[in-house]
Design a protein around this ligand. Structure first.
Ligand code: ATP
Length: 352
Protein backbone atom coordinates (compact mmCIF):
# COMPACT_ATOMS: atom_id res chain seq x y z
CA UNK A 1 0.00 0.00 0.00
CA UNK A 2 0.97 3.60 -0.36
CA UNK A 3 -0.22 7.06 0.43
CA UNK A 4 -2.01 9.02 -2.29
CA UNK A 5 -1.09 12.63 -2.81
CA UNK A 6 -3.26 14.87 -4.97
CA UNK A 7 -1.88 18.34 -5.71
CA UNK A 8 -3.73 21.29 -7.27
CA UNK A 9 -5.73 19.00 -9.52
CA UNK A 10 -7.93 20.68 -12.09
CA UNK A 11 -10.18 19.43 -14.87
CA UNK A 12 -11.92 21.56 -17.40
CA UNK A 13 -14.30 20.20 -20.06
CA UNK A 14 -14.64 23.08 -22.54
CA UNK A 15 -16.09 25.94 -20.50
CA UNK A 16 -17.09 23.66 -17.57
CA UNK A 17 -14.66 23.54 -14.67
CA UNK A 18 -15.49 20.11 -13.22
CA UNK A 19 -12.70 20.15 -10.61
CA UNK A 20 -10.74 23.20 -9.52
CA UNK A 21 -7.59 23.19 -7.44
CA UNK A 22 -8.18 19.94 -5.55
CA UNK A 23 -5.42 19.01 -3.07
CA UNK A 24 -5.57 16.15 -0.60
CA UNK A 25 -3.26 13.63 1.08
CA UNK A 26 -4.60 10.18 1.83
CA UNK A 27 -2.44 8.33 4.33
CA UNK A 28 -1.27 4.76 3.95
CA UNK A 29 -4.21 2.54 4.87
CA UNK A 30 -6.68 5.39 5.22
CA UNK A 31 -10.21 5.43 3.77
CA UNK A 32 -11.31 8.85 2.51
CA UNK A 33 -14.73 9.43 0.98
CA UNK A 34 -15.49 12.10 -1.59
CA UNK A 35 -18.99 13.25 -0.73
CA UNK A 36 -21.13 15.78 -2.52
CA UNK A 37 -24.24 16.36 -4.61
CA UNK A 38 -24.54 15.26 -8.23
CA UNK A 39 -22.20 17.18 -10.52
CA UNK A 40 -19.81 18.40 -7.79
CA UNK A 41 -16.80 16.73 -9.45
CA UNK A 42 -16.19 13.69 -7.26
CA UNK A 43 -16.28 11.09 -10.05
CA UNK A 44 -14.07 13.23 -12.28
CA UNK A 45 -11.49 13.50 -9.47
CA UNK A 46 -11.55 9.74 -8.84
CA UNK A 47 -11.22 9.02 -12.56
CA UNK A 48 -8.19 11.27 -12.74
CA UNK A 49 -6.59 9.28 -9.89
CA UNK A 50 -7.43 6.02 -11.70
CA UNK A 51 -6.11 7.37 -15.00
CA UNK A 52 -9.32 7.34 -17.07
CA UNK A 53 -9.31 11.14 -17.38
CA UNK A 54 -6.23 13.31 -17.97
CA UNK A 55 -6.07 16.34 -15.66
CA UNK A 56 -5.94 19.86 -17.10
CA UNK A 57 -3.43 20.73 -14.36
CA UNK A 58 -2.00 19.33 -11.14
CA UNK A 59 -0.35 16.07 -10.10
CA UNK A 60 -1.13 12.72 -8.50
CA UNK A 61 1.39 10.60 -6.62
CA UNK A 62 0.81 7.07 -5.38
CA UNK A 63 3.58 6.36 -2.90
CA UNK A 64 6.65 8.04 -4.37
CA UNK A 65 5.55 7.46 -7.96
CA UNK A 66 4.24 10.36 -9.98
CA UNK A 67 1.37 8.66 -11.83
CA UNK A 68 -0.12 11.81 -13.39
CA UNK A 69 0.83 10.78 -16.93
CA UNK A 70 0.86 6.99 -16.50
CA UNK A 71 -1.74 4.83 -18.27
CA UNK A 72 -4.40 3.11 -16.13
CA UNK A 73 -2.77 -0.35 -16.00
CA UNK A 74 0.57 1.06 -14.82
CA UNK A 75 -0.87 2.89 -11.83
CA UNK A 76 -1.48 -0.25 -9.73
CA UNK A 77 -4.93 0.90 -8.69
CA UNK A 78 -7.91 -1.40 -8.15
CA UNK A 79 -11.19 0.16 -9.21
CA UNK A 80 -14.77 -0.82 -8.37
CA UNK A 81 -17.66 0.73 -10.31
CA UNK A 82 -21.30 1.36 -9.54
CA UNK A 83 -22.42 -1.05 -12.28
CA UNK A 84 -19.94 -3.84 -11.42
CA UNK A 85 -18.50 -3.86 -14.98
CA UNK A 86 -17.95 -7.64 -15.06
CA UNK A 87 -17.41 -9.40 -18.39
CA UNK A 88 -20.69 -11.25 -19.03
CA UNK A 89 -19.11 -14.06 -21.09
CA UNK A 90 -16.54 -14.91 -18.40
CA UNK A 91 -17.04 -16.89 -15.20
CA UNK A 92 -16.34 -15.38 -11.80
CA UNK A 93 -12.89 -16.97 -11.82
CA UNK A 94 -12.11 -15.74 -15.35
CA UNK A 95 -13.24 -12.23 -14.45
CA UNK A 96 -10.79 -12.15 -11.56
CA UNK A 97 -8.05 -13.77 -13.68
CA UNK A 98 -8.40 -11.15 -16.41
CA UNK A 99 -6.78 -8.33 -14.46
CA UNK A 100 -3.96 -10.64 -13.38
CA UNK A 101 -3.24 -11.62 -16.98
CA UNK A 102 -3.17 -7.95 -17.91
CA UNK A 103 -0.60 -7.45 -15.16
CA UNK A 104 1.41 -10.44 -16.46
CA UNK A 105 1.10 -12.45 -13.25
CA UNK A 106 2.21 -16.04 -14.01
CA UNK A 107 -0.28 -18.90 -14.07
CA UNK A 108 0.56 -20.52 -10.72
CA UNK A 109 0.56 -17.22 -8.85
CA UNK A 110 -2.71 -16.36 -10.61
CA UNK A 111 -4.43 -19.43 -9.21
CA UNK A 112 -3.23 -18.64 -5.68
CA UNK A 113 -4.42 -15.05 -5.90
CA UNK A 114 -7.82 -15.96 -7.39
CA UNK A 115 -8.49 -18.38 -4.56
CA UNK A 116 -7.25 -15.88 -2.02
CA UNK A 117 -9.47 -12.99 -3.13
CA UNK A 118 -12.56 -15.08 -3.81
CA UNK A 119 -12.25 -16.47 -0.32
CA UNK A 120 -11.86 -12.92 1.07
CA UNK A 121 -15.21 -11.93 -0.44
CA UNK A 122 -16.82 -15.31 0.34
CA UNK A 123 -17.37 -16.22 -3.31
CA UNK A 124 -15.13 -19.30 -3.67
CA UNK A 125 -18.13 -21.62 -4.01
CA UNK A 126 -19.47 -19.64 -6.99
CA UNK A 127 -16.20 -19.41 -8.95
CA UNK A 128 -17.61 -21.20 -12.03
CA UNK A 129 -20.80 -19.12 -12.29
CA UNK A 130 -21.40 -16.41 -14.89
CA UNK A 131 -22.32 -12.88 -13.79
CA UNK A 132 -25.94 -13.34 -14.97
CA UNK A 133 -26.25 -16.21 -12.47
CA UNK A 134 -25.32 -13.95 -9.55
CA UNK A 135 -27.26 -11.44 -7.43
CA UNK A 136 -26.24 -7.77 -7.46
CA UNK A 137 -24.44 -8.12 -4.14
CA UNK A 138 -22.53 -11.18 -5.38
CA UNK A 139 -21.56 -9.41 -8.61
CA UNK A 140 -20.22 -6.48 -6.64
CA UNK A 141 -18.21 -8.87 -4.44
CA UNK A 142 -16.63 -10.34 -7.57
CA UNK A 143 -15.82 -6.82 -8.78
CA UNK A 144 -14.16 -6.14 -5.43
CA UNK A 145 -12.21 -9.41 -5.65
CA UNK A 146 -11.07 -8.50 -9.16
CA UNK A 147 -9.86 -5.09 -7.96
CA UNK A 148 -7.99 -6.62 -5.01
CA UNK A 149 -6.39 -9.50 -6.93
CA UNK A 150 -3.79 -7.23 -8.47
CA UNK A 151 -2.74 -6.14 -4.95
CA UNK A 152 -3.39 -2.50 -5.72
CA UNK A 153 -1.49 0.33 -4.09
CA UNK A 154 -4.69 2.37 -4.13
CA UNK A 155 -8.25 1.05 -3.89
CA UNK A 156 -10.76 3.25 -5.73
CA UNK A 157 -14.53 2.84 -5.45
CA UNK A 158 -17.08 4.86 -7.41
CA UNK A 159 -20.50 4.66 -5.72
CA UNK A 160 -20.09 0.89 -5.32
CA UNK A 161 -23.29 0.43 -3.32
CA UNK A 162 -25.73 2.52 -5.35
CA UNK A 163 -27.20 -0.41 -7.29
CA UNK A 164 -27.85 -2.53 -4.21
CA UNK A 165 -31.03 -2.57 -2.12
CA UNK A 166 -30.96 -1.00 1.35
CA UNK A 167 -30.19 -4.17 3.33
CA UNK A 168 -27.45 -5.36 0.98
CA UNK A 169 -25.97 -1.89 0.85
CA UNK A 170 -25.37 -2.02 4.57
CA UNK A 171 -23.94 -5.54 4.40
CA UNK A 172 -21.53 -4.87 1.51
CA UNK A 173 -20.54 -1.53 3.08
CA UNK A 174 -19.43 -3.33 6.23
CA UNK A 175 -17.60 -5.94 4.19
CA UNK A 176 -15.72 -3.28 2.24
CA UNK A 177 -14.73 -1.47 5.43
CA UNK A 178 -13.57 -4.69 7.13
CA UNK A 179 -11.52 -5.78 4.11
CA UNK A 180 -10.05 -2.30 3.71
CA UNK A 181 -8.93 -2.24 7.33
CA UNK A 182 -7.65 -5.82 7.40
CA UNK A 183 -5.63 -5.33 4.23
CA UNK A 184 -4.59 -1.76 5.13
CA UNK A 185 -5.77 -0.42 1.76
CA UNK A 186 -5.35 3.26 0.93
CA UNK A 187 -8.83 3.94 -0.35
CA UNK A 188 -10.94 6.59 -2.05
CA UNK A 189 -14.66 5.94 -1.87
CA UNK A 190 -17.00 8.18 -3.88
CA UNK A 191 -20.57 8.56 -2.67
CA UNK A 192 -23.43 11.07 -2.58
CA UNK A 193 -24.93 9.32 0.46
CA UNK A 194 -24.01 11.17 3.64
CA UNK A 195 -24.92 8.36 6.01
CA UNK A 196 -22.73 5.97 4.04
CA UNK A 197 -19.85 8.45 4.17
CA UNK A 198 -20.20 9.07 7.91
CA UNK A 199 -20.30 5.34 8.63
CA UNK A 200 -17.38 4.18 6.53
CA UNK A 201 -14.79 6.99 6.50
CA UNK A 202 -11.61 7.72 8.37
CA UNK A 203 -11.92 11.15 6.79
CA UNK A 204 -14.32 12.75 4.36
CA UNK A 205 -13.83 15.42 1.71
CA UNK A 206 -17.09 17.28 1.12
CA UNK A 207 -17.22 18.76 -2.39
CA UNK A 208 -19.42 21.32 -4.07
CA UNK A 209 -19.09 22.97 -7.44
CA UNK A 210 -15.71 21.42 -8.24
CA UNK A 211 -14.15 22.52 -4.95
CA UNK A 212 -13.35 20.82 -1.67
CA UNK A 213 -15.43 22.53 1.01
CA UNK A 214 -14.01 20.76 4.03
CA UNK A 215 -11.89 17.74 4.89
CA UNK A 216 -12.06 16.01 8.25
CA UNK A 217 -13.22 13.06 10.30
CA UNK A 218 -16.96 12.33 10.29
CA UNK A 219 -17.20 13.87 13.79
CA UNK A 220 -15.35 17.02 12.77
CA UNK A 221 -17.58 17.58 9.76
CA UNK A 222 -20.84 16.83 11.54
CA UNK A 223 -20.07 18.69 14.75
CA UNK A 224 -18.12 21.61 13.31
CA UNK A 225 -19.07 22.19 9.66
CA UNK A 226 -16.85 24.90 8.20
CA UNK A 227 -19.56 26.60 6.20
CA UNK A 228 -23.28 26.67 5.50
CA UNK A 229 -23.00 24.26 2.56
CA UNK A 230 -21.37 21.52 4.65
CA UNK A 231 -23.81 22.20 7.50
CA UNK A 232 -26.85 21.83 5.28
CA UNK A 233 -25.54 18.91 3.21
CA UNK A 234 -24.53 16.76 6.18
CA UNK A 235 -27.49 15.93 8.40
CA UNK A 236 -30.30 18.32 9.23
CA UNK A 237 -29.92 21.70 10.86
CA UNK A 238 -32.07 24.53 12.19
CA UNK A 239 -30.61 27.74 10.76
CA UNK A 240 -31.33 30.78 12.92
CA UNK A 241 -30.43 34.11 11.35
CA UNK A 242 -29.72 37.01 13.68
CA UNK A 243 -26.86 38.92 15.23
CA UNK A 244 -24.33 38.74 18.01
CA UNK A 245 -25.17 40.72 21.15
CA UNK A 246 -22.19 39.85 23.33
CA UNK A 247 -19.58 37.15 23.64
CA UNK A 248 -22.14 34.47 24.52
CA UNK A 249 -25.47 35.99 23.47
CA UNK A 250 -27.10 35.83 20.04
CA UNK A 251 -30.36 37.50 19.12
CA UNK A 252 -32.36 35.32 16.73
CA UNK A 253 -35.74 35.91 15.04
CA UNK A 254 -38.48 37.56 17.12
CA UNK A 255 -35.81 38.99 19.46
CA UNK A 256 -35.21 35.53 20.95
CA UNK A 257 -32.08 35.54 23.10
CA UNK A 258 -29.89 32.44 22.69
CA UNK A 259 -26.77 31.51 24.62
CA UNK A 260 -24.17 30.18 22.22
CA UNK A 261 -20.46 29.36 22.15
CA UNK A 262 -18.03 30.53 19.48
CA UNK A 263 -19.77 33.82 18.64
CA UNK A 264 -17.90 36.64 16.94
CA UNK A 265 -19.01 40.09 15.81
CA UNK A 266 -19.44 38.68 12.29
CA UNK A 267 -21.73 35.79 13.28
CA UNK A 268 -24.89 36.06 11.19
CA UNK A 269 -26.42 32.66 11.74
CA UNK A 270 -26.59 29.85 14.29
CA UNK A 271 -26.92 26.20 13.37
CA UNK A 272 -28.63 23.80 15.76
CA UNK A 273 -29.15 20.09 15.06
CA UNK A 274 -32.75 18.88 15.61
CA UNK A 275 -31.59 15.92 17.70
CA UNK A 276 -29.56 18.13 20.05
CA UNK A 277 -32.69 19.83 21.40
CA UNK A 278 -34.22 18.13 24.43
CA UNK A 279 -37.96 18.60 24.68
CA UNK A 280 -39.48 18.47 28.18
CA UNK A 281 -42.71 19.47 29.96
CA UNK A 282 -40.81 21.89 32.27
CA UNK A 283 -37.35 23.54 32.02
CA UNK A 284 -34.48 21.06 32.48
CA UNK A 285 -31.54 21.89 34.72
CA UNK A 286 -28.10 22.07 33.13
CA UNK A 287 -29.12 23.65 29.81
CA UNK A 288 -28.08 27.23 29.00
CA UNK A 289 -31.14 27.59 26.77
CA UNK A 290 -34.68 26.77 27.89
CA UNK A 291 -37.26 28.13 25.47
CA UNK A 292 -40.87 27.72 26.60
CA UNK A 293 -43.44 27.24 23.86
CA UNK A 294 -45.77 24.70 22.28
CA UNK A 295 -45.84 21.86 19.76
CA UNK A 296 -47.21 22.89 16.36
CA UNK A 297 -46.97 19.62 14.50
CA UNK A 298 -45.72 16.04 14.96
CA UNK A 299 -44.62 13.57 12.26
CA UNK A 300 -44.47 9.97 13.41
CA UNK A 301 -41.33 8.12 12.25
CA UNK A 302 -41.63 5.02 14.44
CA UNK A 303 -38.52 5.31 16.56
CA UNK A 304 -38.46 9.10 16.36
CA UNK A 305 -40.85 12.00 16.27
CA UNK A 306 -40.19 14.92 14.01
CA UNK A 307 -41.61 17.91 15.81
CA UNK A 308 -42.31 21.50 14.80
CA UNK A 309 -41.98 23.61 17.93
CA UNK A 310 -42.85 27.29 18.36
CA UNK A 311 -41.30 29.23 21.24
CA UNK A 312 -43.46 31.81 23.04
CA UNK A 313 -41.36 34.47 21.28
CA UNK A 314 -42.45 33.08 17.89
CA UNK A 315 -39.13 31.41 17.00
CA UNK A 316 -39.67 28.06 15.27
CA UNK A 317 -37.49 24.97 15.63
CA UNK A 318 -37.49 21.49 14.16
CA UNK A 319 -36.84 18.99 16.92
CA UNK A 320 -36.09 15.29 16.57
CA UNK A 321 -37.20 13.51 19.72
CA UNK A 322 -37.06 9.85 20.70
CA UNK A 323 -40.57 8.43 20.90
CA UNK A 324 -41.02 7.21 24.48
CA UNK A 325 -44.79 7.03 25.04
CA UNK A 326 -46.15 6.51 28.57
CA UNK A 327 -48.67 3.67 29.09
CA UNK A 328 -52.26 4.81 28.48
CA UNK A 329 -51.21 7.97 26.59
CA UNK A 330 -51.35 6.66 23.01
CA UNK A 331 -48.34 5.94 20.82
CA UNK A 332 -46.90 9.42 20.54
CA UNK A 333 -45.27 11.04 23.55
CA UNK A 334 -45.77 14.51 22.02
CA UNK A 335 -48.99 15.80 20.45
CA UNK A 336 -49.79 19.06 18.64
CA UNK A 337 -50.97 21.76 21.05
CA UNK A 338 -48.99 20.48 24.07
CA UNK A 339 -46.95 23.03 26.04
CA UNK A 340 -43.24 22.17 26.12
CA UNK A 341 -39.76 23.55 26.73
CA UNK A 342 -36.94 23.26 24.16
CA UNK A 343 -33.68 22.81 26.10
CA UNK A 344 -30.28 23.01 24.42
CA UNK A 345 -26.66 23.67 25.28
CA UNK A 346 -24.61 26.70 24.21
CA UNK A 347 -21.95 24.33 22.81
CA UNK A 348 -24.47 22.70 20.47
CA UNK A 349 -25.05 26.04 18.72
CA UNK A 350 -22.72 26.42 15.74
CA UNK A 351 -21.87 29.98 14.76
CA UNK A 352 -21.68 30.94 11.06
P1 ATP B 1 -22.56 12.33 -10.02
O1 ATP B 1 -22.76 11.99 -8.57
O2 ATP B 1 -23.83 12.78 -10.69
O3 ATP B 1 -21.78 11.32 -10.78
P2 ATP B 1 -20.14 13.93 -9.71
O4 ATP B 1 -20.02 14.73 -8.48
O5 ATP B 1 -19.40 12.67 -9.76
O6 ATP B 1 -21.67 13.71 -10.03
P3 ATP B 1 -18.80 14.61 -12.12
O7 ATP B 1 -19.33 13.45 -12.89
O8 ATP B 1 -17.41 14.56 -11.69
O9 ATP B 1 -19.71 14.91 -10.88
O10 ATP B 1 -19.04 15.94 -13.00
C1 ATP B 1 -18.60 17.23 -12.61
C2 ATP B 1 -18.99 18.24 -13.66
O11 ATP B 1 -18.28 18.01 -14.87
C3 ATP B 1 -20.45 18.23 -14.04
O12 ATP B 1 -20.87 19.56 -14.26
C4 ATP B 1 -20.47 17.42 -15.32
O13 ATP B 1 -21.57 17.79 -16.12
C5 ATP B 1 -19.16 17.79 -15.95
N1 ATP B 1 -18.60 16.70 -16.78
C6 ATP B 1 -18.23 15.48 -16.35
N2 ATP B 1 -17.75 14.75 -17.37
C7 ATP B 1 -17.81 15.52 -18.48
C8 ATP B 1 -17.44 15.34 -19.86
N3 ATP B 1 -16.90 14.20 -20.30
N4 ATP B 1 -17.66 16.37 -20.71
C9 ATP B 1 -18.18 17.53 -20.27
N5 ATP B 1 -18.54 17.77 -18.99
C10 ATP B 1 -18.36 16.79 -18.10
Amino acid sequence: MAHISIRNLKKQFGQTVAVSDFSLDIADGELVTFLGPSGCGKTTTLRMVAGFIAPTAGSIHIGDTDVTRLPVHKRETGMVFQRYALFPHMTVEQNVAFGLEMHKVDRRERQTRIQEVLSLVRMSHLAQRYPRELSGGQQQRVAIARALAIRPRAFLLDEPLSNLDAKLRLEVREEIRTLQQELGLSTIFVTHDQEEALAISDRMAVMFDGKVQQVGTPEELYERPANLFVASFLGRMNFLPGSHAGSTEFIAASSTSIKADGLTASTRQLGLRPERIRLSPTPQAGFANQLAGAIDNVSYLGDQLDIRFRAASGLQLIIQAPNLPEPGNGFRCWQPGMAAVANFHAHDCIAF
